[in-house]
Design a protein around this ligand. Structure first.
Ligand code: UD1
Length: 423
């Protein structure tokens, strides 16, 4: 999985059929991995996906002295002897979730220094809300030479209102508050399933978090946390991506297994509006498509709204749909970078600020394109399944950040995909 040296070659797909088994959630696993720093006892995690983002987080934990062992089923992490040193910037800059180590280290040691996370391919992504939370809890914050140093000799509960329900800020504040003195209230917090999963994990360790999944959370600080075992839930964005792949190819019949259908409610509703047939059960979603997509409008929003992490894939689906549709991105300011790549394949998409107008075209044609970020890469795969001929997708290290065993899973449902080294 070396950077920039591999590409996917994908042929126009025949009808897709069979099962896809969804892996553990990347975005649930990352904050839980950071949370293992809150206890000096062992933690065992099952169903952690094998992804480069997860490897990067484990590398950062090892850098602090965490003992990590793996079996085929689980990863065990022991944070008994931890050195509160500055993590390696070469790794922190690869994953923005590395900033969640701030809350965990602050909770455990009352201070930390981390490289300031930069912007990325989808926007500026500041951390002002994270820092506002720490500061309300008694932390002093300084920034010098690209490092943010946070110090709170007495970390205490506070009432914190988030100007935007940021997922990362909610998680970081929960992590810091778990071992703080008193109660921390987070108002207008994120309500994503990953927030509930982090709260459940902290509670499994003996913490006391209430209200996760609603727009205000109370974190009652406890004196210490203990070890535990937990299983990471299925990745809703991976599941949604395979749903859209099935929807994109005429006469497909694909069953997405090991999912929580409620977590995909907006995707299920919007896909149904396009005319795709969807049947859900306790832990599966079956998608039947006649390939005739009726274009619709989507607007990304915090959960339970339509996920920004599904925006690019939905836009790809709409490129060959009937009529026009408007895609409005309200969460990130720069999440249309991949549109020029879809247009190079023959799509007709016009961008106006935070909106994109998609005019359905009769067909796409395969060519060389580049993944500009993780979900953009997934969108290009969807486009490649529909495009005449073959599509070569470069920069697939972005895709490897978030889709476990993607070639095997795609081959199993009938996709002709090959990973080759770029010259
Ligand atoms: C997480 C997810 C990411 C998803 C996003 C929104 C992980 C590892 N990543 O990212 O896949 O796309 O939620 O669902 O879970 N913001 C501020 N100030 C802050 C923090 C955020 O202005 O201090 C802004 C961001 O720039 C962005 C918006 O809030 O425009 C949403 O960001 P946030 O919810 O924090 O996303 P992440 O936690 O980074």
């Amino acid at each position: 999985m070396e950077k920039n040296t591999e590409k996917f070659i994908i042929k126009k797909a025949l009808p897709l059929s069979g099962d896809v088994r969804i892996s553990g959630s990347k975005n649930a696993a990352l904050p839980i991995l950071a949370a293992t720093l809150l206890t000096d006892r062992g933690v065992t995690l099952e169903n952690v996906p094998a992804l480069s983002d997860i490897e990067d987080m484990l590398t950062l934990l090892s850098g602090f002295g965490a003992k990590i062992s793996r079996s085929t089923k689980a990863i065990s992490i022991g944070c008994e002897q931890i050195e509160n040193r500055v993590p390696d910037h070469n790794v922190t800059k690869k994953i923005r979730a590395s900033f969640l180590l701030a809350g965990a280290l602050l909770g455990r040691f009352g201070k930390c220094s981390l490289p300031m996370p930069g912007g990325c391919g989808i926007g500026l992504r500041p951390v002002d809300l994270h820092l506002k939370g720490f500061s309300a809890m008694g932390a002093d914050i300084s920034m010098e030479h690209g490092l943010v140093s946070i110090s709170a000799p007495y970390l205490h509960g506070a009432g914190i209102y988030l100007d935007f329900p940021s997922v990362g800020a909610t998680e970081n504040i929960m992590l810091a508050a778990a071992l703080a003195q008193g109660v921390t209230f987070i108002y207008n917090c994120a309500t994503e399933p990953e927030i509930v999963e982090l709260a459940d994990f902290i509670n499994l360790m003996g913490g006391f978090v209430e209200g996760a999944g609603t727009d205000s959370i109370a974190v009652h600080g406890v004196p210490f946390l203990r070890g535990c075992s937990c299983r990471i839930s299925p990745d809703r964005i991976e599941a949604g991506t395979y749903m859209l792949m099935a929807a994109a190819v005429k006469d497909s019949d694909v069953c997405i297994k090991n999912v929580v259908p409620q977590h995909l409610s907006p995707v299920i509703h919007k896909l149904t509006e396009t005319g795709v047939q969807i049947v859900t059960g306790d832990n599966f979603i079956r998608v039947n498509s006649n390939g005739l997509i009726k274009n619709t409008d989507i607007k990304t929003l915090p959960y339970p709204g339509f996920p920004t992490d599904m925006q690019a894939q939905f836009m790809a689906l709409m490129t060959t749909g009937r009529g026009s549709g408007i895609v409005k991105e309200t969460v990130f300011e720069n999440r249309f970078m991949y549109v020029s790549e879809l247009n190079r394949m023959g799509a007709d998409i016009k961008i106006d600020g935070r909106s994109a107008v998609v005019n359905g075209v009769r067909h796409l044609s395969g060519t060389d394109v580049k993944a500009t970020d993780l979900r953009a890469g997934a969108a290009l795969i969807i486009a490649a399944l529909m495009a005449d001929g073959k599509t070569e997708i470069g920069e697939i290290h972005h895709i490897d950040r978030g889709y476990e065993n993607i070639e095997e899973k795609l081959k199993k449902i009938g996709v002709e995909i090959e990973r080759v080294r770029e010259n």
